[in-house]
Design a protein around this ligand. Sequence first.
Ligand code: KMH
Ligand code: ZN
Length: 274
Amino acid sequence: MEKIILTAAITGAETTREKNPALPLTPAEQAADAAACVAAGAAIIHLHVRDKEGRPSQDPGDFKRAIEAIRAACRPEPIIQLSTGGAAGDSPESRLEPIIRLKPEMASLNVGSMSFGEDVFINHPRDVAEMARHFQQAGVVPEVEVYGPSHIDIAKTLVKKGLINRPVHYQFVLGVPGGVGGDIRNLVFMRDSIDPRDSWGVAGIGRFELPLAVHAMMMGGRIRVGFEDNVYWARGVLAKSNAQLVKRIADIAAVAGLKLASPQEARRMLGIAG
Ligand code: KMH
Ligand code: ZN
């Protein structure tokens, strides 16, 4: 079996300190948190940033400060995967800005629109095509975020149009209210719906995080955990840190005899030059 690429989604845009007081917000907090996640086995840090008031931000300056702090704190250096999803309601232009200005190794690419909890997450086909073109121009490897089977069909059309390169790296985000639910049969259906040449991982939202991660592990998939998706350790018990959630997955993998990819191995697997 391929080594498992483990992603820590440490902050998110919608998670707040009210939901979990251990949420990292400042560059220094994100750097310390990311370092603990890398030490626990994460190869990728999926990164959202906040402004000085703690509000979600797509400002390249805010991203730059966080990236520099994370790179200085982490050994080995993880892949820092910038979010171009931002917060629901962010403009397409602001979401694209970090790609143009910072040219990261990897970033998320959202291809479909949907209800997103109490919000609407709009990804107009015109803006998605523009975003994908910029990824290609800047040599940024996309992680294609899909919240249900219809988004896989959109991604396949983008591949046909030459706007996303093969192999596609899908992230199945399951359990967002407005997207497909976090039942295991949905994971199996999504996995069976992609081209076998492509790769996939799963991010289960809330109570779906752990069961989906464990199933994905056995199915040869990649895994994402962290406060962006889930702030709980168990029902009614808050996680102490992102690293605690990462370590649980690393421990389960070790018991199952599975190996985690280092950041450098993950770069090779994802076709990132490094
Ligand atoms: N905050 C969500 C509306 C991504 O990072 O690419 C979108 C999101 C996806 O978090
Ligand atoms: Zn995100």
